[in-house]
Design a binder for this molecule. Structure first.
Ligand code: IMP
Length: 196
């Protein structure tokens, strides 16, 4: 089964590729000739994920899945949320986003936060969504060199290290994206089984 993963993010491609069953041939956006930025203008994380999958299906005709993620901070009333990538501006700069987050959290004791990922799968003209959440807190300082995005300031519940201090495998096992992806993979395995 051929499936496009609608992302230009190489970190995500690597994370996701390692979890998919062998029967799935993963195609990248480059491979199908989609070089443009896909619009993400919906007001919710779920809406953005669906928008991206629909865009690829309608223009390129492939079955496709996409994801959208947001970091939701309790004391900031769920911000940056759906605006996580552009929190500090349109340049989508991870370091500037972290700087702004730490500034806005400087005097805050309640540091509870969660990452939420929605995968949207468009297959045989049906749309399915899968949610993954990990709870944790925002650290006061950056810790660790790995990962991307807000990893250096997010410490998952029950751990003494940030996502940026974990191996890719360690993070995949517990992360928002890993959890949502496990649900997607389960669904695909049933589909593959049914089709055989
Ligand atoms: P996107 O929806 O995956 O493009 O992510 C939205 C924002 O959340 C971007 O700023 C990403 O860098 C950030 N982000 C997404 N996934 C992760 C993650 O696993 N760790 C840290 N930050 C992430």
């Amino acid at each position: 089964m051929k499936l496009v993963f609608a992302t230009h993010n190489r970190n995500k491609l690597k994370e996701v590729q390692s979890m998919l069953p062998r029967e799935i041939e993963l195609l990248t956006l480059d491979e199908i000739g989609c070089l443009e930025d896909i619009p993400e203008t919906a007001p919710t994380i779920e809406g953005n994920a669906i928008q991206k999958a629909q865009y690829v299906k309608e223009r390129y005709g492939y079955d496709v899945f996409s994801d959208d993620t947001g970091l939701e901070v309790s004391i900031l009333e769920g911000a940056p949320g759906v605006y996580s990538a552009r929190y500090a501006g349109d340049m989508k700069d991870d370091q500037a986003n972290i700087d702004l987050l730490l500034k806005n959290m400087r005097d805050k004791e309640n540091r509870k936060a969660q990452f939420k990922t929605i995968f949207a799968l468009c297959i045989n003209d049906e749309m399915h969504t899968f949610e993954g959440i990990i709870k944790g807190e925002i650290t006061h300082l950056r810790k660790g060199e790995g990962g991307f995005g807000y990893d250096a300031v997010f410490m998952p519940e029950g751990y003494e290290k940030t996502f940026a201090q974990m191996t890719r495998q360690e993070k995949n096992n517990i992360s928002h994206r890993g959890r949502a992806l496990q649900k997607l993979v389960q669904f695909l395995k049933i589909r593959i089984g049914t089709l055989e």
